[in-house]
Ligand binder design. Structure first.
Ligand code: ZN
Ligand code: ZN
Length: 872
């Protein structure tokens, strides 16, 4: 009785025991130096924000990465598997407001709590390389990089319209505005404000960021597509329309002023279809366009109308979809001259033209653009067709022009020829684009132009808990960078945090008032802090050399580890973090610090963890706490369930029954191994050189029938799991495969107990089960490894190798069709040839019934796969 009670799988005993042992062995998860002779493998999961507690999404993310890291260790790689904390950010300030706890204290307490959770979960991180981004030893390098970028003209300050979240009380980058709302406050509409801000010139790398996406074939296609769209390259032409003195004779021409000297005389438009320029019947300006102010200066009525357009834009932005704005425009009464034909076109101001796209002005060609057509129809503007579709079978350009067909307008295809376009008539659209471009540049009124949707990265934040921007404002010298030797600019500890009246740092006199490094006079520090996405743009370069006090990292060490072999995280970072860190890598390369062009070779984006059909969240009350799961079922069960319940790239619907099921399975493994561990230990001495070594060509005749069957299953399981780690990562089916193997061994329990399976085979089976389990349930695997009498860390044991000979089935099940219809399945020897397969099929009773009285006109045999008897 007493013995039976003892014999129980108890993760509450096993797991803390191993947690302690692992903690006492800091070398266990440490990476080795570059000269260790092993191939390197850098596996990384995105670092968490220290909110105070891990959630199930974290458990899943880190279970995937940890399984991979452990398997690579067992395969003999030098593995780097670090962890850190993305520790700056607004929640710390909000918590400070709410609980009156300083942000630093709150953050560090959260980190300690989450680290305890990580350790309890048994994650194999090298804590010696831990980084915390809110510590001066880390953020001083943010400042150092900022100074380097400033030197290179990649960091600059300008006044511009910026996104402002009233909830965050700070500016947001374009990437942080999601459907018109704040990325942190999904319900809060982002406002536009005019502010002087620091920007990083990410657009200088737009072309390369786009082109290099082609190299990233280890990235999910959806992420590459999202980045491609975000960068938004379009090729076209910029053309100057000349502002005419002439007054438009169209509607709405009253009340015009005359032009002063020194004002704008040209309107530069950007178009991707310069071939349609003879069809331009108006020029449209964004309400914020510089010329609009000039045109409305003496025209209060027009100014009022323009203000209304601005208001409409603001409302549409607030509604979340500027693209769907109801189009309104007002005529200015002025005209511009089309430089190609000298024809005047009216100038309008329209609410759907964006100041920050292209030049903030377009030519409107209603006959060949959907949007322009809609606008022209609404306001009765001229619609002039200048492109005609080409009739089928036209052989030459001349012929094409002759055979141009009537088109339904708007005709937007580029598959056509020019008409009503003077000397350019008859040209194909694509040819005309090239020719018209060269005309513009030779005559000096335009040029070929590539534009990008990507804008420079606004990094100023009017908040406290971030990296101080290392700049000084001197009345005499203007902007003066903090000298490198004065870094870090420390974030002061004592700050009164409120969300009003600009950056909290502005109220700390001892921080703000400094001596100008240039003239020695009194000056003021910059009080904006950096966007926290700066911290995560390069953190993974710091891990391999985390303690470096004289540089962000040693280039030699980084050269060995980069690029990251496998990066794992949520797809929500596809635009934000993953584009910023690619930019940062290219900047560091151009600073001569690194040689790689891209930070990450392979990227994996895991699905979300949901419950009751929704993402887990406090407001929905469907949060499952990892601590609770660990307390109830153990860390191994929680981790293994998060891998077992669905393929890692899909969403996982959390079911507690499932965790309980995994826990019961682990208990069965524990019972199986402990029951036969004594036999297996005997098998150790029994033979070192027989089947147990599972080398190809091991003597099959030295073991019993059941042994062979179990070994076959074992080698098949090894092959399947190994392949999955290398390829599709369907860890859910890996776990099922281990379950099947265990079931099959248990199915032979009576024979095992009766000694029908050789001790060395039992040893081999149990050893393999434990090795295969190691990446998924590391605690139990370590315990059972010891139970089997194995010495040394399981993490350093060799990953098992499948023997294809032993994995091969003796018999195969072959589907038999009669005239293409499945009739039955027959068993044949695995190496049966076509004739033997056909004979087996014909010998089958069901098949005989189907072919009786008919003639088999043809037998199609696919060896090892299928027999199809075609009858008449
Ligand atoms: Zn916000
Ligand atoms: Zn000065």
């Amino acid at each position: 009785m007493a013995e039976e009670i003892e014999q129980r799988y108890d993760p509450a005993v096993i797991e803390p025991k191993w947690q302690q042992r692992w903690a006492a062995d800091p070398g266990l998860y440490a990476a080795e130096p570059a000269d260790c002779g092993k191939p390197k493998y850098y596996v990384l999961e995105m670092l968490p924000y220290p909110s105070g507690a891990l959630h199930m999404g974290h458990v899943r993310n880190y279970s995937i990465g940890d399984a991979l890291a452990r398997q690579m260790w067992m395969r003999g790689y030098n593995v780097l598997h670090p962890m850190g904390w993305d520790a700056f950010g607004l929640p710390a300030e909000n918590a400070a407001l709410k609980n009156n706890t300083p942000p630093r204290e709150w953050t560090l307490a959260n980190i300690a709590a989450m680290k305890r959770q990580f350790l309890r979960l048994g994650m194999g991180f090298d804590w010696a390389t831990e980084i915390t981004t809110c510590m001066p030893e880390y953020y001083r390098w943010n400042q150092w990089f900022f100074l380097k970028m400033y030197e290179k003209g990649l960091a600059y300050r300008k006044k511009s319209k910026v996104n402002w979240c009233p909830e965050c009380a700070t500016v947001l980058a374009n990437e942080q505005v999601v459907d018109g709302c704040c990325w942190r406050h999904e319900e809060t509409i982002v406002e536009q404000r005019d502010l002087v801000q620091w920007f990083l010139r990410i657009t200088a790398y737009a072309e390369e960021l786009l082109d290099d996406l082609e190299k990233l074939d280890g990235w999910p296609e959806k992420v590459r597509t999202m980045q491609r769209n975000w960068i938004g390259r379009s090729e076209g032409t910029e053309v100057d329309f000349f502002l005419s003195e002439t007054v438009d004779q169209g509607p709405g021409t009253e009340g015009l002023g005359t032009r002063d000297e020194g004002t704008e005389t040209r309107i530069r438009v950007f178009t991707t279809r310069v071939d349609t320029i003879f069809g331009a019947t108006s020029v449209q300006l964004a309400p914020q366009h510089a010329l609009v102010a000039q045109l409305t200066a003496d025209n209060p009525a027009l100014k009022a109308q323009v203000d209304e357009l601005i208001e409409q834009q603001k409302k549409a932005r607030e509604a979340g979809d500027l693209g769907a704005i109801e189009k309104h425009g007002v005529p200015t009464g002025r005209v511009a001259i089309n430089p190609y034909n000298g024809q005047p076109v009216p100038i309008w101001v329209a609410n759907y033209i964006l100041a920050d796209y292209g030049t903030g002005a377009i030519m409107s060609v209603p006959a060949h653009d959907e949007r322009d057509f809609e606008f022209a129809t609404k306001y009765g503007l001229e619609i002039r067709q200048v492109i005609a579709p080409v009739a089928e079978g036209a052989a030459s350009e001349g012929q094409a022009a002759d055979r141009a067909e009537e088109a339904v307008l708007p005709f937007v295809s580029e598959d056509g020829v020019l008409i009503n376009s003077g000397e350019f008539d008859g040209l194909k659209c694509t040819d005309a684009q090239i020719l018209l471009q060269s005309v513009a540049s030779s005559k000096g009124f335009g040029e070929a132009k590539v534009t990008f949707r990507l804008k420079d990265w606004g990094v100023s934040r009017q908040r406290y808990w971030g990296t101080p921007i290392p700049m000084i404002h001197c009345e005499k010298d203007g902007i003066v960078p903090v000298p490198e030797e004065q870094l870090p600019v420390l974030l002061p500890d004592v700050v009164e945090i409120t969300q009003q009246g600009g950056s909290p740092l502005g109220r700390v006199a001892e921080f703000v008032n400094v001596t100008c490094p240039k003239c020695g006079g009194p000056a003021k520090r910059e009080t904006d802090t950096m966007d926290t996405f700066v911290d995560s743009s390069w953190y993974f370069y710091r891990y391999p050399d985390a303690k470096n006090a004289t540089a962000p990292f040693d280039s030699k060490i980084v050269k060995y580890w980069f690029p990251i072999d496998q990066y794992i995280g949520g797809v929500e970072h596809a635009i934000l973090h993953l584009i910023y860190s690619r930019f940062w890598t290219k900047v560091m390369r151009d600073l001569g610090l690194i040689t790689n062009d891209e930070p990450v070779a392979r990227l994996f984006t895991q699905g979300m963890v949901i419950k009751d059909g929704a993402k887990m969240s406090k407001s929905k009350g469907n949060v499952v706490s990892p601590d609770e799961m660990v307390a109830r079922y153990g860390a191994d069960s929680a981790r293994m369930y998060s891998l077992f319940a669905s393929p890692p790239d899909r969403d996982l619907d959390w079911q507690e029954d499932g965790v309980a099921g995994v826990s019961r399975f682990l208990a069965r493994v524990w019972r199986l191994v402990t029951r036969y561990s004594a036999v297996a230990r005997a098998g150790r001495e029994d033979s070192q050189s027989q089947v147990s070594e599972s080398r190809p060509g091991a003597p099959r005749d030295q073991v019993s029938g059941l042994s062979l069957k179990l070994l076959r299953k074992m080698h098949q399981t090894i092959a399947k799991i190994t392949q999955d780690f290398e390829g599709r990562w369907h860890f859910n089916t890996c776990v099922s495969a281990i379950m099947e193997l265990v079931n099959e061994i248990q199915g032979g329990d009576a024979q095992l107990a009766a000694g029908a399976v050789e001790a060395h085979v039992i040893k081999e089976l149990l050893r393999t089960v434990v090795l295969l389990l190691a990446p998924f349930a590391p605690y139990l695997a370590a315990e059972l490894w010891e139970e089997l009498g194995e010495e040394g860390a399981l993490l350093r044991a060799d990953w098992p190798v499948s023997d294809p000979e032993l994995a091969k089935e003796d018999e195969l099940e072959i589907p038999v069709q009669v005239s293409g219809k499945l009739v039955t399945v027959v068993k044949v020897a695995a190496d049966a040839d076509g004739a033997a397969m056909e004979a087996a099929a014909r010998a089958n009773e069901k098949v005989q019934g189907r072919i009786a009285g008919k003639t088999v006109v043809k037998a199609i045999v696919v060896p090892g796969k299928l027999v199809n008897l075609v009858v008449k």
